[in-house]
Design a protein around this ligand. Sequence first.
Ligand code: SAM
Ligand code: SF4
Length: 331
Amino acid sequence: MTALIDPFGRHVTYLRVSVTDRCDFRCVYCMAEDMTFLPKAELLSLEELDRLCTAFVRLGVRKLRLTGGEPLVRRNVMWLIRALGRHVGHGLDELTITTNGSQLARFADDLFDVGVRRINVSIDTLDPEHFAAITRWGRLDKVMDGLAAAKRAGLRIKVNAVALKGVNEDEFDRLIAWCGDEGFDLTLIETMPMGDIDGDRTDQYLPLSLVRGRLKERWTLTDVPHRTGGPARYVRVEETGGLLGFITPLTHNFCEACNRVRLTCTGTLYMCLGQDDAADLRAPLRASESDAALESAIQEAIARKPKGHDFVIDRRHRRPAVARHMSVTGG
Ligand code: SAM
Ligand code: SF4
């Protein structure tokens, strides 16, 4: 096995795969209400996604996360998750998904069955009306049913909430208490300037340094050295025993320990969430049944992984720093 090591000596061991750009929600910070999605013909087939992910596992990837769009709305996605499940314990340490939870009630048992043990579920508010307003098309009761099914199935759950100024900033105490009661970890995410949405993003940006300062007045937060190679910094909430993570791409530079790359559902590999530089893996994948060309295309891409991102909210021009939507690479 040849490890994937970039020019800065970072080992790439984590692949995030957006299996579809489509979604059954239209969260206000993520998508415009009227989105144009990729024509289905452009998507990699599930078999092709399996082949690509398997090549990455052969090259040393130890953690795979399926995301989207909403991964569980892709037709027959369980086939892919089951196929990838064969690598768990055989090269892969973890197979996981990030989901909005809308389809979880249907899939929770199958996910556990194929080897998934932990999932991330995105919930920005516990208020049903507010939830409907933020997701535009989502229903909180369905997500709650999904979470209950996931718990019953034995899946460990981390809740992701995007921190939105003037929208859910007074709800974090409730989320922390609820996650504590349920035994879920919680991660707060700063909004990232990705893709055109209907509103103005600069109005939504809420620095988590501010949030953390406010939370400290109510909760005892103890730093923990829990590092994932990712952008999250964790504290333990002593009152609940739960972990609380802060993902702060705009106020904190986390690039030096970055171990991840992102693959889209069309086979484009992004070496950095905050940069446009990418590699096309669909052509080498389709060019030959042998994986030799594919593997060298992957190696060549990793050799171009940039040192870091350069997110800035462009306040003067009020345009996103990265043109593609988060749903293309899955966050
Ligand atoms: N649909 C799934 C979900 O919502 O969990 C998976 C894809 S979604 C793009 C992955 C994560 O990215 C979610 O937690 C979502 O809240 C977050 N996200 C989407 N757009 C974002 C943005 N502009 N800034 C920060 N986080 C964002
Ligand atoms: Fe869909 Fe997830 Fe984006 Fe919301 S954040 S619109 S659930 S992809």
